[in-house]
Write a protein that binds this ligand. Structure first.
Ligand code: ACM
Length: 269
């Protein structure tokens, strides 16, 4: 059994040092094994140009993630943190750092499906979806970021790779995703945790309102905890990752073994 928390708050656009201090102070107050923070929570979201995103970005090996790595190791916790990542290729990615107590397992996921004006600022993610196994804690974690939810291939890929839990840092500006997330949990028999943000940001004469309602679903698709739309909020639940691994739900049916990829016309293989 492990404890899992999501943190919902309103990062301040352009005030990285305040946002990072806030992330560290949440960590100090939360004892959970896994803490999931929102997308781009170190910088804020609504970049207008690539130059602007690059100037706020830093490498996975940079000071923000390195400091969180020290804390993760010292406190024996797992963190998932959305940040603007400067790649060694000079491109900036909308990424999520998975920071494990054992630094060798720490890794970075780069958002696959870019949303709206992100295309003007970020490069398309090139890591693909992957699962990190922590054998000491007996958990397998997969990441997706926000708009990735609209593609069932994202969670399916993670499910088929053996994820017990999908964590999803988000900056969601609609609420339709609440229709879909329980299905993604149920059809893959995985836990699913969305850490969304609140607040508003303006840019280019446009206002974005972030919708909060962070939530955690169990592997049966049932909601375990949910934040309100516009509150600073920490959700905490207990999960049992091993319960997700037997994909059969009666003596005849197994949701992965019953798949017929040969009939899916190479859409999902
Ligand atoms: C989103 O992908 N930030 C909606």
């Amino acid at each position: 059994m492990l404890t899992l928390s999501t943190v919902q708050f309103a990062p301040i656009f352009g005030d990285k040092s305040v946002n990072i201090k806030r992330i560290h102070s949440y960590i100090e107050s939360i004892k959970s094994d896994i803490i999931v923070f929102p997308e781009l929570c170190t910088t804020g979201y609504f970049f207008q140009t690539q130059e602007e995103a690059i100037s706020a970005s830093e490498p996975f090996s940079g000071e923000t993630i390195t400091a969180l790595q020290h804390t993760a190791t010292a406190r024996n916790q797992i963190y998932v943190v959305g940040f603007a990542e400067l790649g060694t290729d000079g491109k900036v990615y909308n990424s999520a750092a998975l920071i494990m107590p054992d630094a060798k397992l720490s890794s970075v996921y780069r958002k696959t499906h870019l949303f709206y004006k992100e295309r003007n600022c970020f490069a398309e993610g090139d890591t693909g979806f992957f699962v990190v196994e922590d054998s000491e804690r007996d958990i397998r974690i997969g990441m997706m970021i926000c708009y990735d939810w609209r593609f069932p291939e994202s969670s399916r890929t993670l499910g088929l790779q053996g994820a017990d839990i999908i964590v999803c840092p988000a900056n969601l500006v609609t609420d339709v995703w609440h229709i879909v997330m329980p299905a993604r949990a149920l059809e893959n028999k995985v836990y699913l945790a969305v850490a969304n943000r609140t607040g508003t940001e303006t840019g280019g004469g446009e206002e974005l309102i972030f919708k909060g309602e962070s939530a955690i679903w169990g592997y049966n698709g049932k909601i375990m905890a949910k934040s309100a739309p516009d509150e600073e909020s920490i959700l905490t639940v207990t999960i049992d990752p091993a319960q997700t691994r037997n994909k059969s739900f009666n003596t005849f049916n197994d949701i992965f073994a019953d798949r017929r990829p040969e009939l899916y016309k190479n859409i999902i293989v």
